[in-house]
Design a binder for this molecule. Structure first.
Ligand SMILES: Nc1ncnc2c1ncn2[C@@H]1O[C@H](COP(=O)(O)OP(=O)(O)O)[C@@H](O)[C@H]1O
Ligand SMILES: [Mg+2]
Length: 342
């Protein structure tokens, strides 16, 4: 089975929310739509769900075009950011709701509700109202409700955004484990790169109604196709190769004489004692030291109008640098990549 989105276009008045978006998702895959607020993630998810009508394009499941089908006729489970549980119904009744709409026999519904409560670890909360549950528990119930009718595809729109940091981090891994156990094809919308990296098989980076790049987190981080992706996934030091900047050796071919903007990840910056010389070695002052437990972040100021560089070091050597120290930073040529030609 696969879900195919073909050339979907959607406008709101003069605004192009989706501009001929195409994408294929394999059975059992967990895909995240990632991008800044307003880039069209929710609109695309709603078009897939049948909650929003596209002007052009197709949504196909197993080769069958769904575009004319209303939302209720598509076998998709949907969870939104805000707890969309019915406030006057118990957790169990919320989960049962979709099954009652489908007129399933009562004892089958009861059995399925118990199964779903066990699936999300909330057997003991069946008779509580949403207001008696924590945010994390409410989202688990919303998930159980979406999964109860055994949908072919699960659609999640920022399901963790309203939760506390700790709960959010726990639920990421929990939802991912659940999705893998069930093998259910899942699309999740998020603006949080860490969430996407933690949960997704593939990430779809969106920008202004278009898909910028699709790939695994590793691919997007290691080989970003555009400056936008390079800056959106992980941290990146940008080094425009113009006036104030010392010329740096790098492995990329030249862009017909145009100056390049080079990028380097913080963990690729190497540190040496003051006085060390070599290619791409630049003296700098340690302007800031941020100890983060498993790693230390250093802000290195080379002066001379060059912008400060963020470096990350792990392990015991990280302790050796102090605020104000003179060091030499090395920007290894094989770690410098052209992210844009000017
Ligand atoms: N019902 C609507 N009416 C008018 N504009 C909308 C509507 N829904 C979304 N938009 C606009 O479409 C763009 C994409 O919105 P959305 O898909 O919600 O973005 P995202 O989920 O990536 O934050 C935004 O500029 C938003 O303001
Ligand atoms: Mg949204």
């Amino acid at each position: 089975m696969s879900l195919r989105i073909r050339e979907v276009t959607k406008h709101f008045g003069a605004l192009t929310a989706l501009d001929s978006v195409s994408l294929e998702i394999a059975r059992g895959e967990f895909v995240c739509f990632l991008g800044p607020s307003g880039c069209g993630k929710t609109t695309l998810l709603r078009v897939i769900a049948g909650l929003e009508q596209a002007e052009a394009g197709h949504v196909e499941l197993d080769g069958r075009d769904l575009i004319e089908l209303p939302a209720q006729a598509r076998n998709f489970g949907v969870v939104f950011q805000s707890y969309s549980l019915f406030p006057n119904m118990t957790a169990a009744r919320n989960i049962a709701y979709g099954l009652e709409c489908r007129r399933q026999p009562r004892d089958r519904i009861r059995k399925r509700v118990d199964e779903m409560l066990a699936l999300v670890g909330l057997q003991d909360h069946a008779h509580k109202l949403p207001s008696q549950l924590s945010g994390g528990q409410q989202q688990r119930i919303a998930l159980a409700r979406a999964l109860a009718p055994d949908p072919q595809v699960l659609l999640l729109d920022e399901p963790l955004s309203a939760l506390d940091a700790k709960v959010r981090v726990d639920l990421r891994l929990e939802i991912r484990a659940l999705q893998q156990r069930l093998g259910i094809t899942t699309i999740m919308v998020t603006h949080d790169q860490e969430e996407a990296l933690t949960m997704a098989d593939r990430i779809v980076v969106m920008r202004a109604g278009r898909i910028e790049q699709v790939g695994s987190g590793r691919e997007l981080y290691g080989r970003p196709a555009t400056r936008f992706v390079a800056e959106f996934i992980g941290r990146l030091n940008l080094l425009p190769q113009d006036g104030g900047m010392p010329a740096l050796q790098h492995a990329t071919e030249t862009g017909a004489g145009r100056p390049a903007v080079l990028g380097i990840r913080p963990e690729a910056v190497r540190l040496h004692p003051a006085g060390t010389e070599g290619a791409n070695h630049i003296p700098a002052t340690v302007a800031q030291v941020v100890f983060l437990g498993s790693m230390t972040q250093l802000v290195l100021d080379p002066g001379n109008g060059m912008r400060p560089i963020l470096a990350e070091t792990h392990g015991p050597e990280a302790g050796g640098f102090e605020h104000g120290a003179q060091v030499v930073m090395e920007l290894p040529a094989d770690q410098l990549r052209v992210v844009e030609w000017q």
